[in-house]
Design a protein around this ligand. Structure first.
Ligand SMILES: Nc1ncnc2c1ncn2[C@@H]1O[C@H](COP(=O)(O)OP(=O)(O)OP(=O)(O)O)[C@@H](O)[C@H]1O
Length: 656
């Protein structure tokens, strides 16, 4: 089809378009283009049958437009040049227009100068929608979003050979500053061919926008964050400029979007500590207290973790004074508590509270799902308290049969039971005298024992079964549960007064899935299991992607299993239990390690549900110390089993 007839057909298409339908064969234009066509006709009075020549403003007018965006032009220079070097070879030119659509910077190939100038791809060209009709720059200004205007998407029939892609550049308050555009005189007829151009233009528009943001707020503290710890330094997506109290002064486009999602954008003052559910000190101290200069935060009201870092102001500001006064109260280091986590916002709060309360005699309630480490935390609290030289006694209220729990806890006097010890027995409460009593699964304690426990806590006296005289005890109770105690109170299954006695303060443990320091826990647990084994990246990715219903206990089991199954000193994804392999897409069934794993998993399926995966010792015992048989199960050689026995200090008993 000749140029002239193409243009004629295009004019007819636009004239026939009524917002929804087109008569004839033409496909409907994208919605945003259709809206623009209607604006051109109804609002600007443009006539598709009267194509307009490119309008290039005078030198004086151009200077005025350039002056209005001078600061941006300085910041954008490097980004614009970099983008141009990437697209020039593909036949594109680059335009930067101001918010009124006047091209204030242009990069193109000199040899096409005449054709480009005629097409309006030139310095000083007016690409406003009001003058040029539907086009990438003008429509981007009107719609405030990135778009490609491909060939016949243009309104003016003289533009239908062009393909143009534009993305907005906004100021820190969301006002349009400029538009970045890449255009080609000729391009493929398929609109999809421009997808890559759209992504690239958006990427550079964001880089320029963020560079401008950093320049505008160079005298303020800036908080940069991202969903990935690894990427935050090189490509932090969200930027917040802060005043010395932690109030958000401005945010980049992604930051403003997040604020609006959290419905805090309408508020006069948005406080970053409120947004990230933390203290202002947690943000101020990132650079000083975190080894990699990054800290994990949880976005308010969500389970989403954001990794943040600080960009400090370039000059002395009031913020610096504020920083030093805030950091005088450096946090006490308590190794037994500190080692329970690395960088997780929920754990940070819990450990901070635990440090404050460790020497107090108040009873504590530890809440968390099964396997989240409630007992481990209780032990660490005891070890770090001034009761540490006295006993730590742990009782699982759900595991002891109801008929025994009373005598186990309270003890009994001589002659109380036929068949009991002649001298009677000290109960667990008495055994914990001076130290800490850990009552796990407190929600499962029978009601009548709750009444007796309440008396112990209120009076500091324990009355063994059958005894006449109570005995004085000094205990601190650390109680734990995974169930909702308030609901149990409502159901009449838990005493409210006991709840308040136990709940001097509540320490909450997050699920493993919600923790931002999973990688640390994986490394710590693996080191304990076998310090000579390392995890390959594929195994680490599979572990990080898993959802961990059984929390840290399940993680420990999975690592124990993988360590037992792996033949060398490296765990790969194939050595993980079956559920991880199913998760992992790149399973290669032919590898010998997989056969071993599958075989081993089949054995482990026969184990009781809650049992931990068998260790090498368990396996050897199950196979009556037949090393060849264990080697077959594990899919490794006999020498490897012997080597592991030496490494793990497993020795065959003499009588075998
Ligand atoms: N911070 C940690 N570092 C290393 N191992 C841990 C940590 N927390 C828990 N574990 C391990 O995870 C397993 C479960 O821990 P723990 O028994 O304390 O959990 P729990 O919440 O008390 O479980 P349950 O609700 O079933 O009683 C244990 O084997 C423990 O050693």
């Amino acid at each position: 089809m000749s140029n002239m007839s193409q243009q004629r057909r295009h004019i007819e298409t636009i004239l026939r378009y009524d917002g929804h339908r087109l008569n004839g064969k033409s496909a409907l234009p994208p919605e945003l283009i259709g809206r623009s066509w209607q604006r051109c006709i109804n609002e600007y009075g443009l006539d598709p049958s009267r194509p307009r020549p490119a309008r290039i403003v005078t030198q004086q007018t151009l200077l005025e437009h350039q002056d209005s965006v001078d600061e941006l032009l300085n910041v954008a220079r490097a980004g614009v040049e970099q983008l141009f070097t990437q697209i020039a070879g593909l036949g594109y030119v680059l335009l930067l227009s101001d918010y009124r659509g006047i091209t204030v910077q242009f990069l193109g190939n000199k040899k096409d100068d005449d054709r480009l100038q005629k097409a309006g791809l030139y310095l000083g060209a007016d690409w406003s929608e009001q003058y040029a009709g539907t086009c990438a720059v003008g429509t981007c200004i009107q719609e405030q979003q990135a778009l490609t205007c491909h060939r016949t998407n243009h309104f003016d029939s003289s533009h239908i050979g062009l393909t143009c892609t534009a993305a907005p550049i906004k100021d820190p308050f969301g006002q349009l500053l400029a538009v970045l555009d890449i255009s080609a005189l000729n391009s493929s007829r398929s609109p999809d061919s421009q997808n890559f151009a759209l992504h690239l233009t958006q990427l550079y528009a964001r880089l320029i926008e963020d560079a401008y943001f950093l320049r505008r707020y160079r005298h303020s503290l800036i908080f940069k964050c991202d969903q990935s710890r690894e990427l935050v330094q090189v490509n932090g997506q969200l930027l917040f400029a802060l005043d010395e109290q932690g109030q958000v002064l401005a945010a980049n486009t992604a930051g403003r979007r997040l604020l609006s999602q959290c419905q805090v954008i309408g508020q006069q003052c948005i406080s970053l500590p409120t947004l990230l559910e933390c203290q202002w000190r947690d943000i101020l101290s990132i650079t000083y207290e975190s080894k990699d200069g990054i800290r994990a935060f949880r976005l308010t009201g969500t389970q989403q973790t954001l990794f943040g870092m600080l960009i400090e102001p370039t000059m002395n500001t009031p913020y610096q004074k504020h920083l030093s006064s805030n950091l005088t109260d450096t946090e006490e280091s308590v190794p037994s508590l500190d080692c329970l986590c690395a960088d997780d916002p929920a754990m940070r709060k819990t450990i901070r509270l635990a440090k404050h309360l460790r020497h107090r005699d108040m009873n504590l309630l530890i809440l968390g799902d099964t396997g989240t480490g409630k007992e481990v935390l209780a032990q660490a609290l005891h070890v770090s308290s001034n009761r540490s030289d006295k006993p730590f006694v742990a009782v699982n209220c759900a595991a002891i049969p109801e008929s025994l729990i009373e005598s186990e806890l309270f003890g009994y006097a001589p002659g109380t039971f036929t068949g009991g010890r002649a001298k009677g027995a000290k109960g667990l409460i008495q055994q914990a005298d001076g130290g800490s009593l850990f009552l796990d699964e407190i929600g499962d304690m029978p009601l009548h024992l709750q009444t007796r426990l309440l008396r112990v806590l209120a009076e500091g006296l324990v009355l063994p079964l059958g005894a006449l005289q109570p005995i004085e005890v000094d205990i601190r109770v650390l109680a734990a549960t995974h169930c909702d105690l308030l609901q149990r109170i409502t159901d009449g299954r838990f005493r409210e007064d006991l709840f308040y006695r136990l709940n001097g303060a509540t320490l909450k443990l997050p699920t493993l899935n919600a923790r931002a320091d999973k990688q640390y826990l994986i490394q710590v647990l693996l080191k304990k299991i076998n310090p000579d084994v390392r995890l390959r990246a594929d195994a680490m990715s599979a572990l990080l992607a898993y959802n961990w219903p059984g929390n840290i206990r399940q993680l420990k089991n999975a690592l124990t299993f993988a360590e037992a199954v792996c033949a060398g000193d490296e765990i790969t994804v194939q050595h993980l239990p079956e559920e991880f392999i199913t998760h992992h897409q790149h399973l290669n069934q032919t590898l010998p390690e997989i056969q071993a794993t599958t075989h081993y998993a089949a054995i482990s399926k026969n184990l009781p549900q809650q049992a931990e995966q068998p260790s090498l010792l368990d396996l050897l015992q199950q196979h009556r110390w037949n090393v060849s048989s264990v080697a077959r199960v594990l899919g490794v050689s006999r020498p490897t089993v012997y080597r592991r026995m030496v490494k793990q200090g497993v020795v065959q008993p003499k009588n075998w």
